[in-house]
Design a protein around this ligand. Structure first.
Ligand code: ADP
Ligand code: MG
Length: 723
């Protein structure tokens, strides 16, 4: 049987030998056309033009583009590239590429390697097969990709990849990158203005992002025996192993040797591509691991995370693993997330979310800190929506998952600081002000000597010098949550500036005005702060009393994106238009429907074609056995064969339920498929199709426990997780 051959194969595997190809620092960014490479290979003019485009968003003219393209091409060919591609992130969440050869015949027997500014800067792309949410009609199925100079091109394998944005000819964004760039720019503007209250030398604020990526590694032969894992990325059934993560013996444990070989291989690949991977360790669940790069400018970090996932898949294959990015591949063990560590840094080198030595700088820290909390409070449903997906629904809001509530954790000390500020009066005497500055604001750095009281259950936690958005799914493109977070903070900072300026105009001193607005924000955003156990039932009740949203499913969560408040926010910040929001809403729901639909089909198939036949086969051996016992024992066989008879009956009962439930699920699907409106369809899949999953699974898992292990075709949890 396939399962046993696979188990033997898996058990006999040895780690793949991975040579160290030189010092890690020397490998770093070898295959990236970065500033260093450009400086060396481009004319001074071209270099200056590109730098200007990167830092100030200026346009690059055609002549310069040709020069850049030539330098890029020669560099890429020297790295072994034969093709180039515009590399972009369509709304499917993954990455897309279409390779074109540099090679171009000029006559019948002569060819050249060609790549000009035109090919670099803009490419037409038949976009009709990418999700567009009805933005383009089929007769206008054209979109184009355009170079994003702020993310450097790289050679991956034999292909020069050029990061690009992807837009419709009518101008709407068809990707995740375009709105992200707009959000980052809006945040830059708003944050710079506010930072200039504290330091006139600031002229740019950059968003930084570090994405910790969690994943599972499963032996390829074993994974191949599970159609559910291969097609949907998660196990749709399977009884939990006797041993799971109860013993807490996996987290930060010794890394298994095959996995270590994979990690070493992966790290070298990543370094060549300029991805600064730094940390590797086991995670909480068996066969679960984490990789964290050093943070980068957010747009680059998002690109690199997308690339990273791609590289991980390929390297895993070399090591005979299947890598799972699904947020909840196994019931009963922890799921995977992608913690998005987010902060802001000025061009003067100051992390705006890091407390500093002087009171005035700490007022700056407090300003950005409190404005972020206020933004999250104001727009929490949008943050929740930004991480919503059919797959992440199993990790947020489901049973055995934390509730889907966004709250902010800041730790005991900062809570005390905010409490003290909140009760201070609006019209401080000079003495009171000095006291406040020295003893509250001025004490902040000391508080950070102990930031160990981290609350791992919080979806949005302050961790010393950054916020960590932990609700992001491991499979997600982190462009989306980063875009939303950056947009809401941009809006908040703009509102803050307006409020402070109005007070200053009314005669208040700058510092007093800032304190006054912050004090109001602290009060207004109190309900989003929660320091307790975010996984508890009590919190769910408490959050409901506080009026926080708790959308357990994707269709519910996504609806927030088209609320009046959301449209106003995205339009006023210039990040997304109403048309784009509506299109994204439709795409999100379509993707949801497809995911649930596929799971439903696969589950029906496995239940009827794997589980039931296996159970019947086992039941037949039981029947044979009972017949034999009857022959031997005559009338008293009933007593001797009591257990077998029980089993035979139970098996029949489970089979019956499985049959009827699969049938009913198919009917529910048919009904849903006929609904004309995509909202109704998503809702039907969510509330009428998906509920069958648990019932069907329950009965299949019961059969797994009854049926002879020798007959069971699907690799079991204990085998998947402990090999
Ligand atoms: P952990 O949260 O697991 O304890 P760290 O605090 O060391 O680990 O950092 C986790 C991630 O946060 C890393 O990817 C790191 O690069 C990133 N990070 C650290 N500082 C910043 C920052 N200022 N902005 C964005 N990300 C950051
Ligand atoms: Mg972390």
């Amino acid at each position: 049987m396939l399962r046993f051959t696979a188990l033997t194969t898996a058990q006999n595997r040895k780690p793949v030998a991975v040579p160290e190809n030189g010092k890690r620092s020397e490998l770093f960014a070898q295959n990236v056309f970065n500033e260093e490479a450009m400086r060396q290979l481009m004319t001074r003019d071209a270099f200056a033009a590109v730098m200007n485009a990167i830092h100030n968003g200026t346009k690059i003219d055609r002549r310069v583009a040709d020069q850049v393209a030539t330098a890029m091409r020669d560099w890429a060919i020297s790295k072994g590239a034969t093709h180039y591609t515009h590399w972009f992130q369509p709304l499917t969440g993954g990455t897309a590429e279409k390779h074109d050869a540099f090679f171009e015949p000029v006559t019948r027997d002569r060819a050249i390697e060609r790549f000009g500014g035109g090919q670099l800067v803009q490419q037409e792309s038949d976009a009709s097969s990418f999700p567009n949410g009805g933005i383009r009609n089929t007769f206008e199925a054209r979109g184009y990709t355009a170079w994003d100079p702020s993310s450097p091109p790289f050679v991956y394998g034999t292909v020069l990849c050029i990061p690009t944005i992807f837009i419709a000819y009518t101008g709407e964004a068809l990707d995740n990158k375009t709105p992200l760039l707009k959000a980052l720019s809006a945040l830059d503007q708003a944050a710079t203005e506010v930072a200039r209250y504290f330091d006139k030398n600031v002229s740019k604020v950059t968003t930084t992002l570090g994405c910790e990526q969690e994943y599972f590694l499963i032996d390829k032969a074993l994974a191949n025996t599970r159609p559910d894992l291969m097609i949907t990325g998660r196990t749709l059934l399977g009884h939990q192993a006797a041993k799971g993560q109860q013993l807490d013996d996996h987290y930060l444990g010794a890394i298994p040797s095959r996995v270590l070989a994979f990690m070493r291989d992966l790290e070298q690949e990543c370094l060549l591509l300029g991805i600064p991977v730094k940390t590797r360790h086991n995670e909480v669940a068996p066969n679960q691991f984490e990789l964290a790069p050093i943070f980068e400018e957010a747009n680059l970090a998002v690109d690199q995370n997308s690339l990273l996932m791609d590289v991980m898949r390929k390297v895993a294959e070399r090591h005979d693993f299947v890598i799972l990015f699904h947020e909840k591949p196994f019931a009963g063990v922890n799921g995977s997330g992608k913690h998005n560590n987010w902060s802001l840094v000025t061009d003067t080198g100051v992390n705006l979310l890091a407390p500093s030595k002087t009171p005035i700088k700490n007022l700056q820290f407090l300003t950005f800190f409190i404005c972020t909390i206020k933004a999250v409070c104001e727009y929490e449903p949008l943050l929740r929506a930004s991480v919503a997906s059919a797959t992440n629904d199993y990790r947020l809001g489901a049973n055995e998952a934390p509730p889907a509530i966004v709250s902010v954790f800041i730790g005991e000390q900062l809570t005390q600081v905010l409490d003290a500020l909140e009760v201070s009066s609006d019209n401080l005497s000079p003495e009171e002000k000095t006291e406040l500055k020295l003893n509250v604001v001025g004490k902040i750095p000391d508080l950070f000597l102990d930031t160990t009281d981290r609350n791992r259950t919080s979806p949005f936690a302050f961790t010393g010098n950054k916020f960590e958005f932990r609700a992001v799914g491991s499979k997600a493109n982190c462009g989306k949550p980063t875009m939303v977070l950056s947009t809401i903070v941009a809006q908040q900072l703009t509102d803050f500036k307006k409020a402070v300026d109005a007070l200053i105009e009314g005669g208040k001193k700058k510092e007093d005005a800032i304190f006054k607005v912050l004090r109001r924000y602290i009060k207004e955003s109190k309900k989003i702060r929660f320091e307790g156990d975010g996984y508890s039932k009590e919190w769910e009740e408490e959050a409901a009393r506080r009026g926080l949203s708790n959308h357990k499913t994707t269709p519910e969560a996504l609806k927030e994106n088209i609320s009046e408040k959301a449209v106003a926010l995205f339009e006023s910040t210039g990040v997304l238009s109403k048309v784009e929001l509506l299109a994204r809403y439709e795409i999100g729901l379509e993707e949801y429907v497809k995911t649930v639909q596929i799971e439903s089909r696969v589950l029906g198939d496995i239940a009827l074609n794997h589980v039931v036949p296996t159970a019947v086969r086992y039941q037949n051996t039981l029947i044979e056995n009972v017949k034999g016992l009857k022959e031997i024992f005559g009338d008293s066989y009933q007593e001797v064969a009591a257990e077998q008879l029980e089993l035979i009956r139970h098996i029949s009962e489970h089979i019956k339920v499985i049959h009827s439930q699969v049938e009913a699920m198919v009917e529910a699907r048919k009904h849903a498929n006929h609904l004309p409106d995509f909202e109704a369809k998503a809702d039907a899949y969510c509330t009428q199709v998906k509920p069958f999953f648990e019932v069907i699974r329950y009965h299949c898992d019961k059969l797994e426990l009854m049926v002879d292990d020798e007959l069971w075709t699907l690799t079991k949890y204990r085998e998947l997780l402990f090999n």
